[in-house]
Design a protein around this ligand. Structure first.
Ligand code: NAI
Length: 250
């Protein structure tokens, strides 16, 4: 089994915070030159500094995944085709479906689904032009596999991303490009820590068979499997990492 990644290059979108920042640091610690991409350049520079301080190689590129011109400009700046793409940028909105306005729907779906497509397409074209294969990991969610309340746009975008993953895997296998979806359950990050400390959050945690939230580092094994040659025969798959949440009792 080959989980080695040194000498590879990776693009991680949404790398200015949360899971994206964690994935960037993880790959850099494995010897990957990581390009961190997001809209907030200052936060990216700070994350790059942290990685460099730990002995890793990282650079930053400004990127709005929902904007085709921004995606094209970012790939022009990156130059070489990245061996690994982690399509992690994503936003959520938790208003009830009856109160969802069109602009919110568009923002969520444009970021989570169209954005992932635009980045995957640009990466695949760059890889094909360079005559090499690669691995694309789309960060979806268990809400793309089973519904949860008040997440209509988010859950639909993640379900779409899971199906997009399968169609791209089918189309691009002949180019040596693998495409897989990582479907996290509820992972504790700075953004949701307060919610899960409250009453509603604690009730939700009781429905997870393992009775706890995941930690970002508990996604590492799945990400490295999908990104490295250890997963060389895995494409079109959706891998849930959720403490058993998808198999919770009805
Ligand atoms: P986060 O809000 O900390 O990170 C999201 C990142 O995406 C941020 O860096 C943000 O700047 C970036 N981003 C948003 N819109 C963008 C755009 N248009 N262009 C470029 N970058 C953009 O949230 P978190 O929790 O780290 O989420 C990361 C991914 O993991 C998301 O796709 C999310 O849906 C997914 N996920 C998270 C779970 C969790 O429990 N934290 C569970 C399941 C999935």
């Amino acid at each position: 089994m080959n989980t080695r990644l040194d000498g590879k290059t990776a693009l991680v979108t949404g790398a200015s915070s949360g899971l994206g920042r964690h994935f960037a640091a993880l790959l850099a610690a494995r010897g990957v030159h990581v390009v961190l991409a997001a809209r907030r350049r200052a936060a990216l520079e700070e994350a790059c500094g942290e990685i460099a301080g730990a002995g890793g190689a990282a650079s930053a590129v400004a990127l709005d995944v929902a904007d085709p011109a921004s995606v094209a400009a970012a790939f022009a700046q990156i130059g070489a085709a990245p061996d690994i793409v982690v399509n992690n940028a994503g936003i959520a909105d938790d208003r009830p479906a009856m109160e969802m306005d069109e602009a919110t729907w568009d923002r969520v779906v444009d970021t989570n689904l169209k954005g992932a497509f635009l980045v995957a397409q640009a990466a695949a074209n760059a890889l094909r032009a360079a005559g090499k294969g690669g691995s694309i990991v789309n960060v979806a969610s268990i809400t793309g596999l089973r519904p949860a309340g008040n997440l209509a746009a988010y859950a639909a975008s993640k379900a779409g991303l899971i199906h997009l993953t399968k169609t791209l895997a089918l189309e691009w296998a002949r180019h040596g490009i693998r495409v897989n979806a990582l479907c996290p359950g509820y992972i504790e990050t700075d953004l949701n820590r307060d919610f899960f400390a409250g009453e509603a959050g604690r009730t939700l945690i009781k429905r997870i068979p393992q009775r706890r939230l995941g930690r970002p580092e508990e996604l590492d094994g799945a990400l490295l499997l999908l990104a490295s040659d250890a997963g060389s025969y895995i494409t079109g798959a959706s891998l849930a990492v959720d403490g058993g949440h998808l198999v919770s009792s009805l």
